[in-house]
Design a protein around this ligand. Structure first.
Ligand code: C5P
Length: 299
């Protein structure tokens, strides 16, 4: 029986823009995405003789076909025609759900990378991304990681310079919203303000943390913060503790603040953590780091 472990890293949206609605019901997006040092631990065993099974420490996540890790394993077997002789996936979740942090996609990406290694399938990154995007729009980014501009559903990506090193506090309100509901909501409102993606890319390319912070913007934030008041509360608290920028990530409801001073970030983490259980202090993580966090046995 072969087995392996991988980390599935969370992502943040430094920018998120919705460009248009597509014929397939999805939306064309333009986003700058960043991996951060908050991760789920994913273990995969093949040759179990028991179909595809899964278990996790998160009681609200179903251990059946609705789980993104099961969907990812199925998609891998279908695309490659490989019979793994049974797959068991165990996930230790730390990334909050319904948060806009790509927690599910991070786990799905880890499963695809692990199965590629364990089955010696030798699929290229591009092929893994093609399989992944059909399961979850954020899986391609989670497979590659680092700092990237992502377009279309998220699968058309280009890597840019790494985000300048900094300290990031992430805090999630109790309530979340489904991604689908947020997209439906944005379709019924004109979008009053868009991020300046080019300006954000220039700031990152020149290592300008202040320029970066001036350009953090997510078009979903006004929509979701109208429903979840804690988003504004967390933003105000982050700014008061010295964050250079604060914004919601993805379709929410997690909010992040970017700090240049570790002491300020630590105080913000402690204070917010007293009020919102799912609060984390993280750093940006490179694509190389994301892709190398995999280990497999050859038994
Ligand atoms: O692909 P994922 O499962 O993350 O998407 C969840 C939902 O978000 C989709 O069912 C779709 O309604 C919406 N979505 C979208 N356009 C995207 C990504 C997601 O409309 N680019």
């Amino acid at each position: 029986m072969k087995y392996g472990f991988a980390r599935g890293y969370a992502k943040l949206n430094l920018t998120l823009d919705v460009l248009s609605r597509r014929d397939d019901g999805y939306h064309d997006l333009e986003m700058i995405m960043q991996s951060v040092s908050l991760y789920d631990s994913v273990a995969v065993r093949i040759g179990t003789g028991e179909g595809i099974t899964t278990i996790s420490n998160a009681r609200h996540i179903p251990n059946d076909d609705r789980n993104i890790v099961v969907k990812s394993a199925k998609a891998f077997c279908e695309a490659t025609g490989i019979d793994c002789g049974g797959i068991h996936i165990a996930v230790e979740k730390k990334i909050p759900s319904s948060a806009g942090l790509a927690g599910g996609s991070a786990d799905g990406a880890a499963v695809l990378r692990l199965l590629n290694e364990l089955c010696d399938a030798k699929l290229s990154d591009e092929m893994l991304c093609d399989i992944g995007v059909k399961v979850g729009s954020d899986i391609p980014f989670c497979l590659m990681g680092g700092t990237r501009v992502a377009r279309a559903k998220g699968e058309a990506m280009s890597e840019i310079a790494p985000m300048p090193d900094c300290h990031i506090v992430i805090s999630k309100p109790w309530r979340g919203m489904s991604t689908k509901a947020v997209f439906t909501e944005i379709d019924s409102h004109p979008i009053p303000k868009h991020p300046d993606t080019d300006a954000m890319v220039s700031a990152i390319e020149s290592g300008d943390i202040h320029g970066l912070c001036n350009n953090v913007y997510n078009v979903f934030e006004p929509v979701v913060s109208g429903e979840i008041a804690d988003i504004s509360t967390i933003k105000v608290m982050l700014r008061n503790y010295g964050a250079l920028a604060a914004a919601m990530t993805g379709s929410g409801s997690a909010v992040f603040g970017i700090f240049d001073k570790k002491e300020n970030a630590q105080i913000a983490k402690n204070e917010l953590g007293g009020r919102f259980e799912e609060t984390f202090l993280v750093r940006p993580v490179s694509g190389v780091e994301v892709r190398k966090c995999i280990w497999t046995s050859q038994k």
